[in-house]
Design a protein around this ligand. Structure first.
Ligand SMILES: *Cc1c(COP(=O)(O)O)cnc(C)c1O
Length: 437
C-alpha cells in the first residue's frame, strides 16, 4: 500500500524542460496544494490511473466535461465511427445541426447556436456580439467568476465595492480591463449602483449563474431574477456563462433550474463529451448579427468538427436516454455531501458544504460563503492537508480550495462510501493540525 509518485515526479521534471511549468493549464501543476501532480496514463468510468500504477476515484472529470464518466462506451463508439470518416472537412455537416438542435431543446433561449472550440472562445465572441448589438462598450462581470482567459474578462476588481477592472495578468492592456466593471457576486444592490452610474453604456452583464470557479457558490434566492430585472430595465444584455453549470445543475442548466431567461448563453465542457468545444447562442435577432448572417466577425478552422460534434451528441443522447439520470446524479452528490459533512462534524470541524446537481464543494471556513471575499476566508493550508490525504487514499479532487467537484454517472455507491471513509482520515489530520497549531 501507500501511494508513490516516483515516475510522475520524473515526468513532471522532464515536462518542465519543454512546457511552461510542465503543464498546459496552470491549476494542473498543483501550485495551490504543493507536491507533484500524478501523470495520468488512462481513465475508465469513475477511475483515473497514473503512470506509477496508482488508481483514483476521480471527482475532477476533466474539470466538468466527463459527466458520463471516462471512456463511456457510447462516446467512444461515436468517436471511433467518426474518426474513420475523416476528422475535419472545413465544410458543413449534419452533425453540427444535430448538436445545435439538441442544445436548443435543452436551452430554449438559445434559438441560434454557434459552435467554437473552447469556453474562452465562446465568452470572447459573445462579448463582441453584445457590444455590436447594443452599440455600447462596457461589460459587467462578478468578482470570482471565471469566463476564460481573454483580455476583457481576465480582470480583477480594483479597490472598493464595485470597480473598473484592473488587469489580472501582465499583458492585459489596462485600457481593455478598464472597460470591464467588477461587482461582488450575490449582491444585487452593488449591481444596481453600477447601473445607476454607467447603465446607459453597459452592453452586457456576464455571470456564472451558479459560480463554480471560486469553489461552488450558488446564487442567493431571487438574485438571478434581480440581475435579469436590472439588465432588462437598462436595455443591457444578460449573458449566462453556463460553460460549467450547463447540463450539470440540471439538463437545461441554471436557466431551467431557476426559471430565468438570459439573452445569450455560453456553453462548453459537457457539450463536447471530453473533446474541445464551446458554443454560444441566444435570441435569434441578436445572433443574426453574427457573420455570415450579419456583420460581426467570428470564425474557426476546426469549429464544429465531426469528432467534437459526435462526442457531444453521444453525451447528450446518453444523458436523456435515462429519464432518471439527473435525479440519480443529484442523489449521489447529495449523499456524498451529507457523508462528508457528518465526518467533518465527527472531527469537530465547522466547514461550509455546497452542492447543486452534480456539482459540490467544501470550504475550510466557519463563515458562510456567498461571494469571493467570503470564499477567501477559507484556510488553504487545511485544504492542502485534506487534499493530499485524500489523494494518498485514492481520491482525486481538484488541487485547489477554489474549484468545484463533479460527480459522474459512473460513480457507484461503493465509490461514494470509499470517498467518505477516506475523508474521515483526511479530516482527522486537519483536526490534529488544528490542535497542534
Ligand atoms: C471552464 C470555463 C470557461 C472556459 O472554458 P475553456 O474551455 O477552458 O476555455 C469559461 N467559463 C466558465 C464558467 C468555465 O467554467
Amino acid at each position: 500500500m501507500g501511494y508513490q509518485f516516483v515516475k510522475s515526479a520524473a515526468a513532471f521534471a522532464e515536462a518542465k524542460e519543454y512546457i511552461p511549468g510542465g503543464v498546459n493549464s496552470p491549476v494542473r501543476s498543483f501550485r495551490g496544494v504543493g507536491g507533484t501532480p500524478p501523470f495520468i496514463a488512462r481513465a475508465a468510468g469513475s477511475r483515473l490511473y497514473d503512470i506509477d500504477g496508482n488508481e483514483y476515484i476521480d471527482y475532477v472529470g476533466s474539470w466538468g466535461p466527463m459527466i458520463l464518466g471516462h471512456a463511456h462506451p457510447a462516446v467512444t463508439a461515436a468517436l471511433q465511427k467518426a474518426v474513420l470518416q475523416g476528422t475535419s472537412y472545413g465544410a458543413p455537416t449534419l452533425l453540427e445541426t444535430e448538436l445545435a438542435q439538441l442544445i436548443r431543446l435543452a436551452f430554449p433561449s438559445m434559438e441560434l447556436v454557434r459552435m467554437v472550440n473552447s469556453g474562452t472562445e465562446a465568452t470572447m465572441s459573445v462579448l463582441r456580439l453584445a457590444r455590436a448589438y447594443t452599440k455600447r462598450s462596457r461589460i459587467v462581470k462578478f468578482v470570482g467568476c471565471y469566463h476564460g482567459h481573454h483580455d476583457s474578462l481576465l480582470v480583477k476588481a480594483g479597490s472598493g465595492a464595485a470597480t473598473l477592472g484592473v488587469p489580472d495578468s501582465p499583458g492585459v492592456p489596462a485600457s481593455v480591463a478598464g472597460g470591464t466593471i467588477s461587482v461582488p457576486y450575490n449582491d444585487a444592490d452593488a449591481l444596481a449602483q453600477v447601473f445607476a452610474q454607467y447603465g446607459d453604456d453597459i452592453a452586457a452583464v456576464i455571470i456564472e449563474p451558479v459560480a463554480g470557479n471560486m469553489g461552488l457558490v450558488p446564487p442567493r434566492e431571487g438574485y438571478l431574477q434581480q440581475v435579469r430585472d436590472i439588465t432588462g430595465s437598462y436595455g443591457s444584455l444578460l449573458i449566462f456563462d453556463e460553460v460549467m453549470c450547463g447540463f450539470r445543475v440540471a439538463y437545461g442548466g441554471a436557466q431551467a433550474l431557476f426559471g430565468i431567461k438570459p439573452d445569450l448563453t455560453c456553453l462548453g465542457k459537457v457539450i463536447g463529451g471530453g473533446l474541445p468545444v464551446g458554443a454560444y447562442g441566444g435570441r435569434r435577432d441578436i445572433m443574426e448579427h453574427i457573420a455570415p448572417a450579419g456583420p460581426v466577425y467570428q470564425a474557426g478552422t476546426l469549429s464544429g468538427n465531426p469528432l467534437a460534434m459526435s462526442a457531444g451528441i453521444a453525451t447528450l443522447r446518453t444523458l436523456t436516454a435515462d429519464p432518471d439520470m439527473y435525479r440519480k446524479l443529484t442523489g449521489k452528490t447529495a449523499a456524498l455531501a451529507v457523508g462528508l459533512r457528518n465526518q467533518a462534524e465527527r472531527y469537530g470541524l465547522s466547514l461550509q458544504f455546497h452542492q447543486l446537481g452534480s456539482m459540490f464543494g467544501l470550504f475550510f471556513t466557519d463563515q458562510p460563503v456567498y461571494d469571493y471575499d467570503s470564499a477567501t476566508t477559507a484556510d488553504t493550508e487545511a485544504f492542502a492537508i485534506y487534499f493530499h490525504t485524500m489523494l494518498e487514499n485514492g481520491i482525486y479532487l481538484a488541487p485547489s480550495q477554489f474549484e468545484a467537484g463533479f460527480m459522474s454517472a459512473a460513480h457507484s455507491e461503493a465509490d461514494i462510501a470509499a470517498t467518505i471513509a477516506a475523508s474521515a482520515k483526511a479530516f482527522a489530520k486537519v483536526a490534529e493540525r488544528n490542535r497542534t497549531k
